[in-house]
Design a binder for this molecule. Structure first.
Ligand code: CTP
Length: 400
């Protein structure tokens, strides 16, 4: 999403750096518009480095691209944090004497403001009137919080913490259609130990399951994310106040964690790539070539439990269970295999995706077909893993 973050001249501007960082980390294209006053608190290089986009403050910059309205037109969401009393007054009056003012007049995107000021200023009749005007126009006011203010005062006027601002502002972009739902999602590839340094694993990056968890949390659900091995950096995208992360590296640990989480969940999604076999025994010490006199080595494998099948057996009333099927087939053969797997596993929905060295695993994009009971196609989705995740949740809602 294209998100404009307006930063105005208050000491809390330093905390807004974290807002920008969190938005970038969540994959958004962030454009910071600081006022001149804000730049006295935090300098331009900091905004450019954290947002990874050029930053300008004047309506006279980048004139050929009509920057004074282009940012507002492109925005999917505008967040002003901190919003000073002065900025709120200018917004209420519709003043456009700087880039932030013109951007706000040019946008039709949702606007969220996070006020920060001393208690007296927040309580002043002018500020009250300005806030009422903005609320009547549809502006979302986040805070202020009650607490310590600069200079030793305490009272309402403190800017709400960055993670909460981000969560509440992003909620404006998403329907809250999963609010009140508890969901459990598994993700990543399990690693079955051979010895202390070796394992049997797979190429799953965990991205699709993390996107599922994130999408559910953004749409209001409370999420338990059971994560096996997940690629470096991917799990960071699951940092959200409504996501609890539980690590479970092996098929057996994942089975325990998912069984626990599913006992409290309204919907369960098994996106993890669970090993079908594990070494019959894991050596306590590193296996060495020296310790064997034969060339080659045979590792005895035993079957792991089918976690999904177990969850289906213990299904709670009204619980929706979603499985994944990673197949190297395509076309009709892909769907036929999916239908057979759906019947075998007994889940409500099966997300079928084609994998290979080029598709599915590790990639950031994905294409899936969601099969519903009886093998009918409930949804088809392609695009980013987030887009696929949203389509899966919409299918879960439809199935409920
Ligand atoms: N799954 C599971 N426990 C296992 C293996 C798989 O819960 N031990 C789950 C996966 O998380 C996925 C679904 O079952 O949701 C299908 O996984 P997949 O590997 O495609 O199918 P398998 O059951 O392993 O069947 P096959 O290997 O024959 O395709």
């Amino acid at each position: 999403m294209f998100i404009v973050v307006g930063v105005t001249g208050g000491i809390a501007a330093y905390k807004a750096v974290n807002i920008v960082r969190l938005l970038v980390k969540a994959g958004h294209d962030v454009h910071v518009v600081p006022t001149d006053d804000a730049l006295r608190f935090v300098g331009l290089p900091t905004w450019e480095a954290t947002s990874r986009n050029p930053v300008t403050t004047s309506v006279h910059d980048d004139v050929p691209r009509v920057r004074h309205v282009a940012l507002g037109q492109a925005a999917d969401l505008v967040i002003i944090a901190p919003a000073t009393a002065n900025t709120l007054a200018k917004m209420a009056a519709g003043l456009a004497d700087d880039l932030l003012g013109t951007t706000l007049l040019a946008t039709t995107a949702p606007v969220a403001v996070a006020p920060a000021m001393h208690t007296e200023m927040w309580r002043h009749a002018s500020t009250r009137t300005n806030i009422a005007t903005l609320v009547a126009r549809g502006v979302h006011v986040i805070g202020p919080a009650d607490g310590e203010l600069t200079g030793g005062d305490t009272g309402p006027g403190r800017m709400v913490e960055p993670d909460e601002i981000v969560d509440r502002a992003l909620a404006l972009l998403h329907p809250h259609d999963l609010a009140g739902l508890r969901v459990a999602v598994s993700t990543g590839g399990t690693r079955e130990p051979i010895d202390p340094v070796r394992f049997i694993g797979n190429r799953s990056s965990g991205r699709q399951g993390v996107a599922l968890a994130r999408a559910a949390a953004d749409r209001g659900a409370d999420v338990t994310l059971v994560a096996a091995h997940v690629d470096e950096g991917v799990l960071a995208e699951a940092s959200h106040p409504r996501i609890t992360i539980v690590r479970a590296m092996t098929a057996s640990a994942l089975q325990g964690a998912m069984t626990d989480a599913a006992a409290r969940a309204d919907a369960v999604v098994m996106a993890a790539a669970v090993a079908d076999y594990r070494p019959a025994t894991a050596s306590d010490v590193k296996l060495t070539k020296e310790a064997t006199d034969r060339p080659g080595r045979t590792i005895e494998l035993v079957e792991t439990d089918d976690v999904l099948a177990g969850l289906v057996r213990r299904r709670r009333d009204g619980q929706t269970i979603v499985g994944f099927a990673a197949e190297t087939a395509h076309g009709d053969e892909l769907l036929e295999r999916g239908r057979r797997k759906l019947a075998r596993k007994g889940c409500d929905l099966l997300v079928v995706n084609e994998v290979g060295w080029q598709a599915g695993f590790e990639a950031t994009a994905n294409a899936v077909v969601v099969l519903a009971a009886g093998g009918t196609v409930a949804a088809e989705a392609s695009g980013t893993k987030r887009e696929v995740a949203d389509a899966v949740w919409t299918a879960v809602l439809a199935a409920r």
